[in-house]
Write a protein that binds this ligand. Sequence first.
Ligand SMILES: Nc1ncnc2c1ncn2[C@@H]1O[C@H](COP(=O)(O)OP(=O)(O)OP(=O)(O)O)[C@@H](O)[C@H]1O
Ligand SMILES: [Mg+2]
Length: 486
Amino acid sequence: MRKSYQEEINRGDVFSRFTWALKNLTKPVQEIIRGITRKTIPWNRVVMGAVLVQGLLVFRLDESLFRVFGLAFLYPSKHSLLYFTLMSSSPLLLWGIGEALRRERVTKALIHALEAIGLKNSVGKLPTFIFDLPLDKWTRKLRLSRAGITAQTFEQNKGALEGAMSIFIDEFREDRLKGTIDVIYSTIKMPETFKVSDYCDLKPPTFVVGVTRSKVIKSSLIENPHLLIAGQSGGGKSTFTRQLIATLYLNDPEMKFTIIDLKGTVESQFFEGRERIDVPQEMGEAVESLEKLSRTMEYRLKLLKKNSCKDILDYFKIPKAERQSLDLDVRGIEGGLCRHLIVVDEAAEMFLSGEGRSTAEVNSAKAVLSRVARQGRAVGIHLVVATQRPDARALDTQIKANLTGVLCFPMANDASSILVLGNGRATDLPFIPGRALWKQGRELQEVQTPLLSTKEMLSLFGDEKRPNGISKHHQKNPLNKLNPEQ
Ligand SMILES: Nc1ncnc2c1ncn2[C@@H]1O[C@H](COP(=O)(O)OP(=O)(O)OP(=O)(O)O)[C@@H](O)[C@H]1O
Ligand SMILES: [Mg+2]
């Protein structure tokens, strides 16, 4: 009787050990399958590892390895194909084991963190782990059951959760229907400043948007013909716009610029008096410049038609000698095509009448910019609008709808953030100068935008002799002093 009871226990023990082994041995395989479907396996490292192992096999160094690990008894007398395949795939298996261990660690850390913070629902239930998957090389997605806890509560506990789990959380995404919450996180901190190593090394019309914790994000006026730069005061809108202009100016020797900065900040003063850059000083001049651009646009559309081109890219493909010109009276309008960027720094200064702006002037500026936003892409006329206020009064809705690339610095309230991004994310951004969200289509990425100081601008433009980069016009005005360190 006693014996059979012992046997029972042993049998149960063997069974539980077997299920334990089965469960744990299949985990790395599950990770590999996930890695293949989600394209997260670092194939270059895995292949390099496999080549290295094959080298060991060829030189029979594997036998020494078995001996070192005390596994000599497992070493096969001859290298079968099965052994060769198993050994060659060992780097992939090691990756799978690493991922499985990581998952285990995250689960434990999560339970520990949630208990420590006391993030429980009203009946004391903790959110439970569903999965933890890599999104890219640096960012991961941890899915939890919400246990009735709102995303807002998670947001409020973000700092504590980050501290307890030693991670940096980018975002919480709630799915109310599924009752889950996704924690987008990384173990790497976002940089707080970012310098572009070589501004003169970008193929026009490419520009740098910023850096995430994993990579530098670039875009171009082909991908995003018109941009909206939004955010509350001091976020970094003008600084970003300044480096955008500098990048495009330095890399495309033909590109032209119209910079409308009716606030008259230092950023635009730097560009005054430079070849290819028009900086209207007040609303009347700005409207005049825009009306001329409207005629230019008309002319360019006809020119494209005459050359049977869909857009400026098609036109550039035609050899210069074969390009057809227009037989037109083109007062003040250049014959050829080049890209042209219109920058409006602070839309409210242009779109709200009053303070020296008549309704007629505002309406005609709106009409031209709306046309540029709708038709400018084909003819190479691009628009960048920076604004603190993204509401319909300060920024025409028609224009806003056509600004496809959106860079949003921190916003003071959800309403403004929703107007720009369609969600309240910009209110959760840390107020670090230059920290923003880059929205392209539906994709949203947190970036640290490039910092290009005035001193660096001066050396890039090769005119240290021009004190502080300000035109003579502004140097006369003692209020217009630039701090070169800014
Ligand atoms: N990418 C950046 N990296 C580091 N510091 C930055 C960055 N961008 C801006 N700053 C700092 O923040 C300050 C304010 O930036 P900026 O003037 O561009 O803000 P803004 O959004 O244009 O504000 P406003 O709406 O008042 O015009 C700058 O003087 C600079 O010191
Ligand atoms: Mg500004």
